[in-house]
Write a protein that binds this ligand. Structure first.
Ligand code: 5GP
Length: 112
C-alpha cells in the first residue's frame, strides 16, 4: 500500500492541527478549509477510499461518523455537513479514506 500524506500525518512525519485521536482514528483541521469549521476524520488503517472498505471495516466506518459527531459538538456545531469523496472524478485527491466535517455556514443542496 503506497504511503499517502495522511499516513504521514498519522506518523507525525508532517505537521497537522490534530483535534482528536484514539487507537482507531485521527481528526485534524483541513489545511484549506471550505467552512469556518472544517476537519477530516481518518482511520489509522490505510483504506484508500470508501469503496475499498469491507464487512471487516463496518465498526470502523461507524466509529469515524460518531467521532465526527463528537468533535463537531466540541467545535460548537449543531448543524454540519459530512462528506466523503470516493475516487478521482468525485474530487478525491488524497487516497486515504477521510470524512470531511464542515460547519459554521449554510450549505446548499445539491452540492454541484
Ligand atoms: P479530498 O479532495 O481528497 O476529499 O480532500 C482532501 C482534503 O485534504 C482537502 O480538503 C485538502 O485541503 C486536505 N489536505 C490536503 N493536504 C493536506 C495537508 O497536508 N494537511 C491538511 N491538514 N489537510 C490537507
Amino acid at each position: 500500500m503506497s504511503e499517502t500524506l495522511f499516513s504521514k500525518i498519522i506518523d507525525r512525519e508532517i505537521p497537522a492541527d490534530i483535534i482528536y485521536e484514539d487507537e482507531q482514528c485521527l481528526a485534524f483541521r483541513d489545511i484549506n478549509p471550505q467552512a469556518p469549521v472544517h476537519f477530516l476524520v481518518i482511520p489509522k488503517k490505510p483504506i484508500p477510499k470508501l469503496s475499498d472498505a469491507t464487512e471487516e471495516d463496518q465498526a470502523l466506518l461507524g466509529h469515524l461518523l460518531l467521532v465526527g459527531n463528537q468533535v463537531a459538538a466540541r467545535e460548537g456545531l449543531e448543524d454540519f455537513r459530512v462528506n466523503v469523496n470516493n475516487g478521482a472524478s468525485a474530487s478525491q485527491a488524497v487516497f486515504h479514506l477521510h470524512v470531511h466535517v464542515m460547519g459554521g455556514r449554510p450549505f446548499n443542496w445539491p452540492p454541484g
